[in-house]
Design a protein around this ligand. Structure first.
Ligand SMILES: [Zn+2]
Length: 173
């Protein structure tokens, strides 16, 4: 257990780091728990990816383990663009859940005609209330989220986790 205390953020910050599964806001990303662990491994390498069907060519987001169009399980990972334009957005200024400091900004993002994924609902971070405008360019940001403990053969290991969002590309003045 000593290792757990030494790790930076484990579990639920609001509960002094104790790990309570029901209050975990982030996916379990490791191979033991998640068949889409490759998505998170790719994020750790700075890649934004999803799955493409090798049978019918359909590109799904979020990535999956089966094609939603033709049910094929023969999928491959493809890279997505990391920049998009804000089409429209909402800002939540009060009543945000624990661990999500306001404003919570969700934006409908357009990746352009040449992107395999045209549009996506994404979260915008590092942005003050009222700062974001329609038409702004945003880019992918990968950040660390609380790790989680995992029991493997009676040993507790702490697994780091990451997640993604988007932030404004600052325009040159
Ligand atoms: Zn398919």
């Amino acid at each position: 257990m000593a290792d757990l205390e030494e790790a930076k953020i484990v579990g639920t910050p609001a509960l002094d780091g104790r790990y309570i599964t029901e209050m975990d806001m982030w996916p379990l990303e490791c191979q033991e728990f998640n068949r889409l662990y490759q998505f998170y491994d790719n994020l750790r390498e700075g890649r934004f990816t999803t799955t493409k069907c090798q049978k019918c060519g359909h590109i799904a987001f979020p990535p999956g383990v089966i094609c939603p169009k033709c049910w094929s399980e023969e999928l491959e990972w493809v890279d997505l663009p990391q920049r998009a334009k804000v089409v429209t957005f909402t800002e939540t200024q009060a009543g945000a859940p624990i661990g999500f400091p306001p404003p919570i900004i969700m934006a409908w993002l357009d990746f352009g005609k040449n992107s395999p994924l045209k549009q996506l609902l994404g979260r915008i971070i590092n942005c003050a209330e009222g700062e974001l405008k329609e038409g702004d360019e945003v880019k992918l940001v990968v950040f660390e989220v609380p790790s989680h403990p995992i029991e493997i053969k009676r040993e507790t290991e702490v697994r780091d986790r990451v997640y993604y969002a988007f932030e404004r590309v600052k325009q040159a003045a």
